[in-house]
Design a protein around this ligand. Structure first.
Ligand SMILES: Nc1ncnc2c1ncn2[C@@H]1O[C@H](COP(=O)(O)OP(=O)(O)OP(=O)(O)O)[C@@H](O)[C@H]1O
Ligand SMILES: [Mg+2]
Length: 197
């Protein structure tokens, strides 16, 4: 495992964990404003999000907006037998939740609530660090790299969500890392030219 990637992960995770509750709340309200004004979001019906953990930018105010707009919200669930893979399950106000292996809440597995990737319009991914090219460093499980591997074929649009302090000069990338076409922070919408994936 690359020492540089491990160190970068640890440094940036500490930065975001240090944000105060007030800073986090302000950031998540700004995120909601940006996402709810986004043309691609406005025309989409099925959106995968996540529940914030480890100081991640919190999409909950945006999730509430999606519910009000009758958009379907999906959350990642660890695949029960395909290790390293995610399923996306419908998340409603009254969904039954359980804690997964990482202590993160996820909807209780119900096959009737799964959204296949080719029926997803937008996938909002959490990340640890990003750079000016759209390179993404995650928490280290490769879950989102596997999910996004063929996003152009599945025809969903990935958007990374992060605090501004998670931008770094350069993310050291590996061949399996999937770059993002767009990253939204509380203060900016970054768009990147993605030639292939
Ligand atoms: N498409 C893939 N197929 C098989 N293994 C993969 C794939 N993508 C990533 N991996 C493996 O997953 C491991 C972790 O990858 P990486 O360090 O890039 O995770 P990450 O991008 O930080 O995490 P995440 O995507 O969960 O946020 C690596 O050992 C890598 O080989
Ligand atoms: Mg990766």
């Amino acid at each position: 495992m690359s020492v540089t990637r491990t160190l970068l992960r640890s440094n940036v995770r500490k930065l975001r964990q240090k944000l105060s509750a007030i800073e986090q709340k302000k950031a998540s309200n700004e995120l909601k404003q940006r996402l709810s004004n986004h043309v691609k979001i406005q025309s989409s019906n099925t959106i995968a999000l996540y529940l914030a953990n480890d100081g991640e930018l919190d999409p909950m105010p945006f999730i509430e907006w999606c519910w009000q707009q009758q958009k379907q919200v999906y959350l990642p669930v660890l695949h029960p037998f395909c290790s390293g893979h995610l399923l996306f399950l419908l998340y409603e106000k009254n969904s039954s939740m359980i804690k997964n292996h990482y202590g993160i809440s996820e909807p209780k597995l119900d096959v009737t609530k799964i959204c296949p990737l080719n029926q997803l319009d937008i996938l909002c991914t959490p990340l640890v660090a990003f750079d000016h090219t759209g390179a993404r460093l995650g928490m280290g499980g490769g879950f989102y790299d596997r999910t996004m591997m063929n996003w152009q074929i599945h025809q969903f649009y990935p958007i990374g969500l992060a605090h501004d302090c998670q931008q770094v000069d350069s993310v050291p990338v590996e061949y399996w890392d999937i770059p993002l076409p767009e990253i939204i922070t509380p203060t900016q919408n970054h768009r990147f030219e993605v030639t292939s994936n």
